[in-house]
Every structure is written in C-alpha cells, then in structure tokens.
Ligand binder design. Structure first.
Ligand SMILES: [Mg+2]
Length: 413
C-alpha cells in the first residue's frame, strides 16, 4: 500500500510557521515579481481568491483583508526537506514527488495500523516542522492521490481508499491525470465519476483517449502502472529526479548529475511554453543502507526574472548543489524542480534584468538540434557525458538508438 503525504496549502503554511500573526488569517503567496496568487490559505480561498489570479484583479475590499506574501522559495525548499526527513524516519520508503508531496510505502505495516501510522506522521510533521498535511492511502498512486483529496475534507486528515463504493463519490475530474478537457469529454459520454471511469470498457477508452488514460483506469482498478508523469499536463511543478547507478561522494559528480536533470527539466519547461520563477534542488543518501549516515538536504531559490533559459536554471541549480553538498556522505539520488510556472511572455520583467531576446532564439536552436539528432547532441559542458560506472543511470540493457544515431543504425550484413 502507498500513501500520499501532501502539505496543505504548502507555501501559505510555510509562511505561517515563523510568523504567528498569519495563523487563522487569509494568506496569499504571490508569484515572482508579485503578480499572481500561487498559494492560498483556506481563509483566502473562502474569500474567493482564485489560483493564478493576478492580485490586481482581486476586488479592493477583499484585497484589504489579505495578508500578502511574496514567494520565498528558500524557505519552502528548506521546510520541504524537513518534512521528508520526518517521513523517512516513519516509513520504509519515501519518494519525493514535488516540493509539497511525497509518496510513502506502507510495506510491512499491518493493515489495521496504517491509519494510526499515517496519523502519527501528520502529528509529528506538525510538531517538528509546523506544516499541516493530509495522508491519502491506496494500493496505487492514483488511489492514494484520490484518498488525499478526501482526507483534506476530514477531521482526521487521513483517508484510505479500500473499495469501489468510495470511487463513486469522486467526480471524474478529481482523478489524477484527468485534466479539465478530458473531464468534459468523458462527462459528455456519461462517464461522470471515478467509478464510471474504472468500469468503462478498456478497449473503447484506449481507442478514444489513448494509452495514458488507459493507465489511469488500471490504477483506479488497483493495478499499479509506471510512467504516470506524462499523463499530467496540468502539473504545477516540473520535477526531474532519478537514482544514480551507484552512490557518488564527490561534489563534481553530484553537480554533474544535477546539471543533467536541470537541463532535462528546462527542456520540458520549453516544450510546454512555460517559464519558471524558482528552482528547487534536493539530494538524498541511500536510506536502505543500514549504518550509513543519512542526509536529505533540500533548497530552492528564486530566479530574478522568470526564465526558460537552460543556462539560468543550470547556474541556479549548480549554486544550490554547491551550497548543500557535505563531504562524507554517499549520495544516491537527486532531483531538480522548477517552481512558479507561468506561460512564456506574460511575466512582468524586472527593470534591471529583462529577458535577452537572444536567449529565446538560442534555446529554440538547442531544442531543435536535440530533437533532430537525438537528446544530448548539443549540450552543456557541466553535464558532459559521465564516466562509465559513475552516477549515470544503469542502462546495460538499453537498446541501440536505431533511428536517431548514425553509428547505431541497424546493419543488414
Ligand atoms: Mg499541497
């Protein structure tokens, strides 16, 4: 069984940890250059402030009641790492999913103890970090996500999805990976609830919506599927994380791995025509190695101006790694997250740091080249090819790039 632990209104809750005057107040956190609402406390939601709403569009009489804070990613990144550290003490495995969400494994925890352990995690996170969170439990990630949605409305803050009778309570649009567009299309076909989706003919579903939604359906039926990420176009953050092929100890190797993830994350950003306002990096030692010293640092920083330029993301990610790295630990995993995403071209630019138009052109050339000649054809020195056996993913069973690399073309004889 899996759990999804999600910090409630995470950025707004982080602001409250060190400023008691914000508790019980309608808190809104604004994006880079203080443009739009990117987090709202429940009191702020109750006043009708919408996610992504530009603050100047909020009626004056409501704006006067709000406690407004500018995004402080350094604070959020650090608190995120503390939450994860608490989880790692309590659960056999933790997978960081985003700055405010982690999946945890309940393996080895008896069924009748799950809710108690989840409750204990909530209490401890609240006590040790000051962040309120909820836990959804289910046999797959999609079900755990759904449970979390319900958990947010209960007093216990914990909800386990155990059977179909619960699925009928969720609108199909509540299901992870079902965007607004699909929800409307499914609704028109009479597929209104999560249960309807679970019970639809799989063949018809695949034919009409493709493999991504077919996977979601399997997950709703309790069959775990990998690769759920691509089914999430609405995601508020872009996160690229991976385990290293083996543990690495040197700063240069850790930095190189993080550079690769930063480059990949920037590509995804541009593919969705978005800019990022913040960069988040975390590192991890191997929690399964008994006796090894454990370290889970997590830091984030603001970009002065929202950017989709790999060079800027990379420079920030490298600075973060260097500031977090401690000698004497064996690192096993790292992740890079891009925060505060906004559509390209809509940001207000800083008077002293406007976007260089050449940046957009350079990035376009980079992306085109890599699409045409294969990923990594044109790249950055900080992510140069790993020495075999270093941090690179184990790809001993990787098939050749038949179609994208000249030296790997299939030979007829
Ligand atoms: Mg959250």
């Amino acid at each position: 069984m899996l759990g999804l632990v999600d910090g409630n209104n995470f950025y707004a809750s982080c602001e409250r940890v060190f400023d008691a005057s914000l508790r019980g107040q309608p808190v809104v956190v604004l994006s880079n250059n203080d443009g739009c609402a990117i987090a709202r406390s429940s009191e702020c939601k109750a006043l009708g402030v919408k996610m992504g709403q530009p603050i100047h569009e909020v009626p004056t009489h409501i704006r006067r009641q709000l406690k407004v804070r500018s995004a402080n990613f350094a604070l959020y990144g650090d608190l995120s790492g503390r939450v994860v550290s608490v989880l790692r003490d309590l659960f056999p495995a933790v997978e960081v999913y985003s700055i405010d969400e982690s999946f945890v494994s309940f393996d080895g925890i008896p069924a009748d103890q799950r809710e108690r352990v989840a409750g204990q995690a909530r209490e401890r996170i609240m006590k040790w970090t000051g962040i309120p969170c909820c836990v959804g439990i289910g046999s797959t990630k999609t079900l755990a996500k759904l449970g979390n949605k319900r958990a947010k409305t209960t007093d216990s803050g914990v909800e386990e999805i155990t059977g179909d009778h619960q699925l009928q309570d969720f609108a199909v649009g509540d299901v992870w990976g079902v965007g607004r567009k699909w929800a409307a299309k499914l609704g028109a076909e009479g597929i209104l609830t999560a249960l309807d989706l679970a019970n639809t003919s799989p063949d018809a579903l695949r034919a009409r919506y493709g493999v991504v939604l077919a996977r979601t359906q399997l997950e709703l039926q309790g069959v775990a599927c990998g690769q759920l990420e691509e089914s999430e176009p609405d995601r508020k953050q872009i996160v690229v994380s991976r385990s290293f092929g083996r543990e690495v100890v040197e700063l240069d190797d850790v930095a190189q791995a993080v550079a690769t993830f930063a480059i990949r994350a920037s590509e995804k950003l541009r593919a969705r025509s978005l800019s990022a306002g913040g960069v988040w990096v975390w590192l991890d030692t191997n929690p399964f190695k008994s006796g090894a010293k454990q370290y889970h640092p997590s830091r984030a920083m603001q970009l002065i101006t929202p950017s989709a330029d790999t060079r800027e993301v990379l420079a920030m990610a490298q600075a973060l790694v260097r500031s977090m790295y401690r000698k004497g630990y064996a690192y096993k995993k790292a992740g890079v997250g891009l925060l505060d995403l906004s559509p390209c071209g809509t940001q207000q630019s800083d008077l002293f740091a406007s976007v260089d138009p050449r940046s957009t052109k350079l990035m376009a050339v980079l992306d085109q080249t890599n699409r045409r000649f294969g990923r990594g054809s044109m790249g950055f020195a900080s992510a140069h090819r790993p020495k075999p056996g270093q941090w690179a993913m184990r790809q001993e069973h990787l098939s050749p790039s038949y179609t994208t690399k000249w030296d790997q073309l299939l030979k007829v004889r």
